[in-house]
Design a protein around this ligand. Structure first.
Ligand code: SAM
Length: 226
């Protein structure tokens, strides 16, 4: 199984580091084809223009529909068959269920915007999904696109060196709950000790302890300093 992941952005450089780090580095060229496209390189407007003032007045600039159409035409020869995710704070909130769903797709396109966002016709005509990474507003779609790319790619076979993705928060193996507490050396620090059972070497009891400590989602908000 492999995934072709295409990102359209005004800040292509922002994605450079992702290629050199896991999870992308683990699957690039085998399970993953990752491409980044700059709207400015295919804009039909002069001087690299990609946005314009909003009709009806108001502040800021809006990403133009003809600019996004030209970018999609250049790469796919039109609107692609695959899922096209437009990143917007107004979209469906990204969660692990959506991540798992996206990781099963053969190809995905991510559209990001900056400034005031997308001309509505981009969402209506080109996007199959509008996705938000949370109920807050960022300055651009690059960080949201990175969040989607990272979350989806780490679900691809071979992306994680140790396969640790099977037993982590929100996984089916933990019934969608949160991972048990993790500890490492030193066993004692400033009087804060590691639970004795984890040092016992008794794998059966450790497994039981971990199961008991898988936190339910509803406890999530209580994870603060005592
Ligand atoms: N004017 C828009 C509004 O009020 O809903 C906000 C636009 S925001 C400043 C610029 C762009 O950043 C958005 O079009 C989107 O691509 C991206 N963006 C910002 N926050 C986001 C979020 N929470 N999830 C996904 N994308 C986001």
């Amino acid at each position: 199984m492999s995934l072709r992941l295409d990102v359209f952005t005004l800040v292509p450089d922002a994605f450079a580091w992702m290629r050199e780090r896991r999870p992308l580095a683990g699957v690039l060229g085998s399970g993953l084809d990752f491409r980044v496209f700059n709207y400015r390189e295919t804009t039909p407007l002069t001087a690299g223009q990609v946005d314009d003032e909003p009709y009806g007045g108001g502040r800021g600039m809006v990403l133009r529909v003809d600019v996004v159409a030209a970018a999609l035409d250049a790469v796919y020869g039109g609107v692609p068959e695959q899922r096209v995710l437009a990143l917007s704070p107004q979209g469906r909130q990204l969660d692990q269920e959506l991540v798992e769903e996206l990781a099963r797709e053969p190809a995905l396109t991510l559209l990001s915007a900056r400034f005031e966002g997308f001309d509505q016709r981009i969402l209506d005509q080109f996007a199959t999904d509008v996705v938000s990474i949370g109920p807050y507003v960022l300055s651009g779609g690059e960080i949201p696109a990175m969040a989607v790319v990272d979350a989806v790619v780490r679900r691809l076979p071979g992306a994680l060196s140790d396969g640790s993705g099977e037993l982590e928060s929100f996984s089916a193996a933990l019934d969608g709950g949160l991972e048990y507490p993790q500890y490492t050396r030193p066993a004692e620090f400033r009087g804060w000790s590691v639970p004795e059972i984890l040092l016992s070497g008794d794998h059966g009891r450790i497994e039981t302890w971990r199961r008991e400590h898988v936190r339910s989602r509803s406890d999530e908000q209580t994870m603060t300093r005592a």
